[in-house]
Design a protein around this ligand. Structure first.
Ligand SMILES: [Zn+2]
Length: 415
């Protein structure tokens, strides 16, 4: 049989040979029998050493990478060994992992595609099921977590993300260096306890080598960083500050729009949301026109918008001193403005002044764009993944997409 000699040539496992292939037309399945090579000794699953064969178990089916649209199954009678150290044990086979029904090669194959397609699409494309894709990703992620290198982390960013509809949050810790950006850790909730677990995982020695930490203004994070990573320069994330500012501006605009409507004025604020929130450079011709028009009115929204635009200058400073001076002046101006949401932002910035200026002390080496980019990717992963409801599944999906984990080796890659 041609297929058999082909397989024996390209997808060989030492100690085993393919013997027989059978195509079942009805179920479009190719079944391939595998047997131990004559004279080869089984390997004990307890200690990974060769041992004497003891007996056979019933036939087991292992799903292999599909060929020509057919499901491929390896059939094999697992042997039990009589090991000198472990006693009677099931043997370990090079294509399988533990009790998994899928072969290693197939799990790697599915996990590879699950990174490009949604899990549902992956299952459909290869005539598998969502559960099997999930198992595959879980195997690859677990292997990767056990074999990854955590030494020498110089800069981390911490952020929270909402998941599973409703107000559930995860804490995500990223490594954010130029050479290496990856997801390091995922914690349930966004409490001091959950974030502290990350530092427990890496240990005090590694935590002591971290030079920069980037975070938002969430108090539990600030507390943990102060306690567990006090030697690092702690930087407030630029991206979160801009987001806070936009949120305040939007509140001002929405409240004012309601007020104008109620008092029977011209609805000048209608459909201006993106005109004021978008960056100036990204506005369309029409939006730019609307904005210019809007700024002519004596509105709170217009004043708040100008304050926000003014604030952008901060990021151009080089020295922390001058940046600090600018910040103080800006805050003082806002406090006189009588626009409550903006005043709230100014108060927050004032109370985190030191952390904010650390951005300039770190010589702006860390661009907040990295955290923002990773966060967007995390959100995309979760959106692509209908079916991710539990923490466990969300966790492995995120590690798989963003963890840059090492992968187990296989005899032959199918992708
Ligand atoms: Zn053993």
């Amino acid at each position: 049989m041609r297929l058999i000699s082909l397989l024996n040539h390209y997808q060989r496992y030492p100690g085993f040979v393919y013997e027989n292939a059978r195509l079942c037309r009805e179920s479009q399945t190719i079944e391939i029998s595998v047997r131990p090579r004559r004279g080869s000794r089984p390997v004990c699953s307890g200690c990974d050493r060769p041992a004497t064969a003891y007996d056979h178990l019933s036939l087991r089916r292992f799903e292999f990478v599909p060929l020509w649209g057919c499901i491929v199954v390896l059939l094999y009678h697992m042997r039990r060994v009589d090991c000198r150290t472990c006693g009677v044990r099931v043997e370990t086979v090079p294509w399988g992992v533990g009790k998994h029904q899928l072969t290693k090669a197939y799990m790697l194959f599915l996990a590879h595609w699950a990174r490009k397609l949604s899990w549902q699409e992956t299952a459909r494309s290869f005539r598998s099921t969502w559960e099997k894709v999930c198992q595959s990703v879980e195997y690859v992620v677990q292997w990767g977590l056990e074999h990854r290198q955590l030494s020498s982390i110089a800069a981390i960013g911490v952020d929270e993300i909402q998941y599973a509809r409703g107000h559930k949050y995860l804490t995500l810790v990223y490594q954010i260096e130029h050479q290496c950006t990856r997801l390091l850790w995922i914690g349930r909730e966004r409490t001091t306890e959950s974030f502290a677990e990350f530092f427990t995982l890496i240990g005090a020695e590694l935590a002591g080598k971290i030079e920069f930490v980037c975070s938002d203004m969430w108090q539990p994070y600030l507390t943990v960083i102060r306690e567990r990573c006090s030697q690092a320069i702690h930087i407030l994330d630029r991206f979160h500050i801009v987001a806070k500012m936009n949120l305040a501006l939007d509140q001002v605009r929405a409240a004012e729009a309601r007020r104008l409507l109620r008092d029977g004025y011209e609805p000048v604020l209608k459909k201006t949301r993106w005109c004021v929130l978008k960056r100036k450079a990204n506005l369309t011709e029409h939006q730019r026109f609307r904005l210019r028009d809007l700024l002519r009115y004596n509105l709170q929204t217009a004043r708040a918008y100008l304050l926000k635009e003014d604030f952008q200058q901060l990021w151009d400073y080089q020295s922390p001193q001058w940046a600090g001076k600018f910040l103080d002046e800006w805050c003082a101006q806002v406090m006189r403005s009588r626009i409550e949401p903006m005043k709230k932002v100014a108060r927050t910035l004032r109370s985190h002044r030191g952390l904010l200026l650390n951005y300039f002390r770190a010589k702006k080496q860390l661009s907040s764009g990295v955290v923002e980019g990773l966060n967007n990717k995390a959100k995309l992963t979760m959106r692509k993944s209908f079916g991710f409801r539990t923490f466990r599944v969300t966790e492995i999906a995120l590690y798989h997409a963003l963890g840059r984990l090492p992968e187990p080796d296989v005899a032959h890659r199918f992708y």
